[in-house]
Design a protein. Structure first.
Length: 176
């Protein structure tokens, strides 16, 4: 945060550097496009397909300008043709002043919870009561001769045996 604040304090332009470079790239792209004025603020940019740009209402028929707040390539072409300043048609979000306001306030660090004191309130939460699930248990598969029974570790009580979390009947409450 501090680095961004320091970096922004050195900027002298109106638009953030990313926006400036984007405007320059768009202007390089549209240098050869033909603009047909319809009125003082409405222009037709002759591309494939032709696009209508209203710089007074900040709209373009490609809808990019309305969605992003940043002039699309058609709008850049029309604004340059009209001789107006491109910076006036970029939303405040992209201005250096807005960037500086965002990073002007400090963000205070949060202390780690691992380093803090653990408060013991004297009560402990016991595991839930051991209840047999409703319904008839599933029928066990009949094992073939010589098939060894593999011991499993129960995911509930942690003991080795021939039961698992579903068939565990161990009472987990201490002292019972």
């Amino acid at each position: 945060m501090c680095l961004r604040r320091e970096r922004a304090s050195k900027w002298e332009q109106v638009i953030c550097p990313y926006g400036e470079s984007r405007l320059e790239n768009l202007y390089d792209l549209v240098k050869t496009w033909k603009v047909i004025p319809s009125s003082a603020d409405i222009f037709e940019v002759d591309t494939d397909p032709s696009v209508c740009v209203d710089i007074g209402r900040r709209t373009c028929s490609c809808c990019w300008w309305q969605l992003n707040g940043f002039p699309c390539c058609h709008a850049v072409c029309a604004i340059k043709y009209s001789g107006k300043d491109l910076n006036l048609y970029v939303e405040r979000y992209f201005h250096v002043e807005s960037y500086r306001q965002v990073y002007s306030k400090p963000i205070y660090p949060v202390a780690s919870l691992l380093k803090g004191d653990v408060v013991d309130c004297g009560t402990s939460i016991l595991p839930p009561l051991s209840k047999k699930p409703p319904g008839r248990p599933k029928k066990k598969r009949i094992r073939s001769n010589g098939e060894k029974v593999r011991e499993m570790k129960c995911g509930r009580c942690g003991k080795m045996g021939n039961h698992n979390k579903l068939t565990c009947k161990e009472d987990l409450r201490p002292g019972f």
